[in-house]
Each structure stands twice: as C-alpha cells, then as structure tokens.
Design a protein around this ligand. Structure first.
Ligand SMILES: O=C(O)CCC(=O)N[C@@H](CCC(=O)O)C(=O)O
Ligand SMILES: [Zn+2]
Length: 340
C-alpha cells in the first residue's frame, strides 16, 4: 500500500487485505504499522516529546458505522500529512467480520466478551476480543514504561432512539482512583451531552482498558446506528476536532466552576443504579424494547419479571438505558440510571 492508496485502510480491511506495508516515513514524518486486521498504529517522529498515548476504537458492533467513518477520516488525514502527530495513536476497527455483514455481531456480542479467561475462544468474537486485549496491552505497555497517560475512547452509535443523543459511559477508574471531572468536561466539549458513571465491573472493551491498562476509558455513544454512507445526520464534528487535538497537540484544560458534577462538567451526570439481568427465557421486560434511552421510569413501576423474580423501580428520578429483552440469558437487558 502506498501513501496514496493507504487512504482506504477501511476498504483494504473490509476486502480482507491484511498484508499491508506502509511507506516510511509518512508525509508528516510519522511512522505507521498495521498490527493486525483492522488495527493500525502511528508513532510520532519525536516519541519523547509526546504527552499521551491514545487508542480510538470503533465498530465493536458491526452495524455502528458513523464512528468507523470518523476513524477512517482521521487515518486518511495522518496518511496525507495534514494531521501531524504529537502523540502515539492506535486505531481499532473492532469486529471486522460484523462490519462486512453490517450486523451488530456474527455469533456473540463482542462487547460482552472482554476481561474473560482466554479459554473457550471458540468463535469469531471471542478470538477477536482476546486479540484486541493483547494489542492494547502491548500498545499501552510503552506508555507505562514512559509514565505517559493512556486514553481509550471506544466509539459506538445506539440501536435505540435517545432523548439525549450523545453520551458516554465512564467505567470506575482502578482501585484508589476517582472519576475525573476534568475528563468528563473534556468529553462534554467534544459534543457529549450526558455522562454515566459506572461503578460496577463490566465485560466491555472500555472496562478492560480501564482495568487492565490503567487507561482513562469511555464508551461513547454518538447517535443512531446506520449503514455505511448513511451517516450524514450524525454530526461528529466536535468529536473529530477533539480527537484531532489529542493526536496532534495534547489535552485541553477546561476551567471547572460550581459544586455539583453537572455544574462542573457542563451537562447532566448520571450513575448506573442497577443492571437488569435476563436470567432465564421467561424474562419479560414490561416496557417496549424500543423505548428511547433516558426515558424516565416512574417510582414503583414494575419494570421486568423473570419467573418469580420481579424488578421494581425503587429509585427516585430513574431512567432506562439500553433496554433489550432479546439478549441471551445471563446478559444485561437494560440499565437503570439515576442523577449522580
Ligand atoms: O442502543 C443500544 O441498546 C446499545 C448501544 C450499545 O452498543 N451500547 C454499548 C454500551 C457499552 C457500555 O455499557 O459501556 C453496549 O451495549 O455494548
Ligand atoms: Zn455499540
């Protein structure tokens, strides 16, 4: 692949071309390397002058294409020399086979397969999740050695309508660390309109990088899931500008005013109160599975039944996120959130 054709890293990946060698140096002076199918990393000319190391992933769900198009644009801008690197960056197209098919997953939802013991890698998504973990550990290993901050943004779009279009899930930082208001404010300036603090363990990609790579990590929901080429209504301008700044310059600092999270961050902040787990095939969600994200739930409402077990909304000012009665038993069928 030459610097010219390298612009279509996404097309090469979807075509199954993994044997890609890149010109050295790239026009802006950076070096690039394809690490694996759909995984490419770039190193700045002057590694010592960098401020942070960054992973931007997308396409962990294959039907969520707007973030994939955003990442493809960033890669093309690095190849052309228009975006000059200050920091190391690795881009990940998460579930390549699902992206080819335009489906959320092939055999199993990959965003439920991180942080597992690596045995039973008996399907496409399990093998891929293990491989992605290895690549992140390897990439961030250098930041650990150099004591540079590590960032991971896992970009998604939602299959539900949403009363708040762009929002981020913030997994609890590793033991002894706190949620950072400055990090939340950065995301708000990047177009995110609400933050969900998640204090429980999880099996998502962002939870993995947070827990095992000590990265500041977020799952970021950026609008509605649509097929490639149909994302004009998803405005990713602010997110693209933010990622451009992280790659080419460094971390913006925002003044924090006021006392509450919402005042300091500039947008509502929620915390996950409970996960609704589908334990058996008898599970019934008593609201429509297509209910918009952030829809308020009246206190006292019977929300779900699973055999004898009933889920009643006990929380005041609760809302629902990601309602999905069709997940396989054992998985989460929704989240109840409350103001933080
Ligand atoms: O709209 C939906 O129901 C799903 C959107 C989606 O894929 N969300 C992520 C969130 C991951 C997290 O909780 O960090 C997912 O379900 O994997
Ligand atoms: Zn997703």
């Amino acid at each position: 692949m030459t610097a010219q054709t390298a612009r279509s890293f996404l097309a090469e990946t979807l075509a199954g071309n993994t044997a890609i060698s890149l010109p050295f140096p790239l026009p802006g002076g950076a070096s690039g390397q394809v690490m694996d199918e759909g995984i490419i990393r770039f190193d700045p000319q002057d590694g010592a002058g960098r401020e942070l190391d960054l992973v931007v992933s997308c396409g962990v769900h294959g039907n969520e294409t707007a973030p994939v198009e955003l990442v493809e644009r960033l890669i093309a801008r690095i190849f052309s020399g228009e975006l000059k690197l200050r920091n190391r960056v690795m881009f990940v197209f998460g579930n390549v086979e699902a992206l080819r098919r335009g489906t959320r997953f092939v055999e199993e939802d990959m965003n439920r397969l991180f942080c597992r013991a690596p045995e039973n890698d008996d399907n496409t998504e399990r093998r891929r999740a293990t491989m992605l973990e290895m690549h992140l550990l390897r990439f961030f290993g250098r930041a650990v050695a150099d004591q540079k901050p590590r960032y991971h943004y896992d970009l998604h779009t939602a299959i539900h309508g949403s009363l708040i279009e762009k929002f981020a899930i913030y997994p609890l930082p590793r033991q002894g660390r706190q949620f950072s208001v400055q990090e939340m404010a950065r995301l708000h300036h990047a177009g995110v309109e609400a933050i969900l603090l998640q204090s429980t363990t999880s099996t998502t990609f962002s939870f993995f990088s947070n827990r095992y790579c000590d990265a500041t990590s977020f799952t970021v929901e950026l609008g509605s899931a649509r097929p490639f080429g149909q994302n004009d209504s998803v405005d990713l301008g602010k997110m693209e500008a933010y990622l451009t700044q992280l790659i080419g310059e460094g971390l913006p600092q925002h003044p924090l005013h006021g006392e509450s999270y919402a005042a300091q961050v500039g947008c509502p902040v929620f915390r996950v109160s409970r996960e609704i787990i589908k334990h058996s095939r008898e599970f019934r969600l008593l609201i429509d599975g297509k209910t918009d994200n952030f829809t308020p739930l009246p206190q006292g409402m019977l929300l779900a039944e699973d055999g004898e077990h009933q889920t009643v909304v006990t929380e005041a000012s609760a809302r629902i996120i990601f309602p999905n009665p069709d997940v396989v038993p054992g998985q989460r069928a929704g989240l109840i959130i409350v103001p933080a």
